[in-house]
Design a protein around this ligand. Sequence first.
Ligand SMILES: [Mn+2]
Length: 251
Amino acid sequence: MPYSLGGVWTNGKPFRIHSAAHNYTRRRPYHYTLGLALHSSSLGLLILAGAVSVIHFDSHLDTSDPKVLGGGLSHYAYVTLRLCGPGANVDRGVNHGTFLHIAHEEGLVRNTSIHAGIRAPVSNKKYDLKNDKACGFKIHTARELDRIGMQGYIDKLKDRVAGTKVYISVDIDVLDPAFAPATGTAEVGGWTTRELLTILDGFEGIEVIGADVVEVAPVYDNPGETTTLAAAEVVHSLIRLMVEKPVKGVQ
Ligand SMILES: [Mn+2]
């Protein structure tokens, strides 16, 4: 079953939280959620976070128009939306490839958002890329890292979200299958675990209001648990960002 960690600010009561994350953060005004989830679960956390810049690490865009890639509304996504967004229209084809499109329609995504690590093919290049831009995203491919270097890549991402509250969503398939084989829609040509961790550590100073790591499927992992080890370390980096730079104006 997919495994994920999400962390999110809420002004109200905290979501049910994992004891480890809770112990790590209870002296800070942060609330975290941990769960088992596909990427569609990020929508529930985004509803809690409000209008934010999304830094979306993934090999796929996940802004697909439900009219093109609709259907497959999962029970989990339905329940999440019912719990987190009483006003949300849940009958719109939420799935792990459309949730950012829905988030945009709900006014949750600022037009300062980013995809990073992208390399998967799109079904209709012209339409999908235009739609993606309309959803508020700028695309940075996985291979762009080879061209502009680590610091250049980090700087581009940080410049785009400067001055805004940021939600970081990490689909583990942003990593190359050599480093994260246990995921449902693996794409070759991705980053090493070290590269992703270095990018995340380079975000020091960003106001991270929430985060998640999704699409890890431990049942597909190898005996060395390569994927879950990588995911755990990504989680650690995300928590550190949130703890070290408290978000202003949130109690
Ligand atoms: Mn993906």
